[in-house]
Design a protein around this ligand. Structure first.
Ligand code: FAD
Length: 292
């Protein structure tokens, strides 16, 4: 099922993100976690592509399982990092052969050992180029791309960021998923600017339930997200108590989702990663709203 079709629903639906194992020995653990999450029957599940592509085989294996064994629509991520025409061509063929209809086209996080690498040698330097390639492939993919309510950290201005985002949509991205954010007003403001720039494809807000205090630092470093005082107070109060922090983080994310839905947003992507208990809790907190 194409995500562009799923997004036409006008009641709340949620999707979950998982990441592939780093090594073969962790494969079964991730498989079990994804199966548990799939049992929640989310709108779809996305599988990330490891920075640098080292775990790309597992992205496809996990995505295939989600689709064929558990019957949940799947979104496979693909990145440009260290890309060659051959490697990307091979991945695209494998995704198609696996019957996966949805691909998230990304530049990718640059792993530290590649920070000084000569990116001009990569066949694809930006997500837009990957989108063009996916569009030219002999496959009818539904393509997604990333967007940043608080600006991509490498961008000089939001105006420039939105200009390049529009190029991704013109190249063929049919939906956009946002980076995590902790203040919904930033998202509403961003959506307004996108519409003003003529970007009309659906935007799926990405919400990350912060379930331990260490995650806060990592999340801010990765995304540059603004932490509202309400969220900081919660981390100050509960950060030292793992169980309480988890409960408070899930409640905060649930609250964000309810506010998004109350403001007209019907699809939310939850970065619960490989934590079925967190995904389950979010879903059960929303059970009456979701009708599940
Ligand atoms: P791009 O769209 O290429 O943009 C990167 C930067 O370049 C931006 O500053 C943009 O404004 C600028 N830019 C874009 N096009 C041009 C151009 N033509 N010329 C000059 N500048 C340009 N990372 C992973 O490694 N694996 C994943 O699975 C993964 N999943 C993600 C899912 C989501 C929903 C999000 C939001 C992020 C994800 N990331 C993932 C992180 C992402 O790869 C990084 O944020 C990366 O730095 C940018 O990726 P992008 O696709 O947005 O890049």
């Amino acid at each position: 099922m194409k995500i562009s079709e799923l997004l036409k629903k006008d009641t709340l639906s949620i999707s979950f993100e998982v990441f592939p194992p780093k090594t073969e020995s962790n494969f079964d653990t991730v498989k079990v976690a994804t199966e548990e999450i799939a049992k929640l029957r989310p709108a779809f599940m996305s599988v990330t592509y490891g920075a640098g592509g080292g775990t790309s085989k597992y992205t496809l294996d996990i995505a295939k399982n989600i689709k064929t064994l558990y019957g949940v629509p799947t979104l496979a991520h693909l990145t440009c990092v260290s890309s060659t025409k051959e490697t990307v061509g091979e991945k695209i063929s494998q995704i198609k052969e696996a019957g996966i209809q949805n691909v998230m086209a990304l530049r990718g996080d640059i792993p530290s050992h590649l920070e000084q690498a000569d990116r001009s040698l990569w066949a694809y330097k930006h997500a837009t180029e990957l989108i063009y390639e996916l569009k030219c492939a002999d496959a009818d993919f539904c393509i997604g791309a990333a967007c940043y309510p608080e600006i991509h950290p490498e961008s000089e201005s939001q105006k420039e960021d939105i200009k390049y985002l529009k190029e991704k949509v013109e190249a063929g991205a049919e939906f956009l998923t946002t980076q995590m954010f902790f203040d919904n007003n930033l998202l509403y403001n961003f959506l307004y600017k996108l519409r003003e720039a003529g970007i009309t494809v659906p935007v799926i807000p990405g919400v990350m339930p912060i379930t331990n205090a260490n995650q806060v630092e990592r999340a801010v470093k990765l995304s540059g997200s603004f932490m509202p005082q309400r969220f900081k107070s919660l981390v100050d109060k509960f950060g030292h108590d793992p169980a309480a922090m988890k409960q408070a983080g899930i409640a905060y994310a649930t609250d964000q989702i309810i506010d998004l839905y109350a403001n007209g947003i019907t699809n939310v992507h939850v970065y619960s990663m490989n934590k079925p208990d967190v995904a389950m809790k979010i879903q059960s907190n929303l059970s009456d709203i979701l009708g599940k």
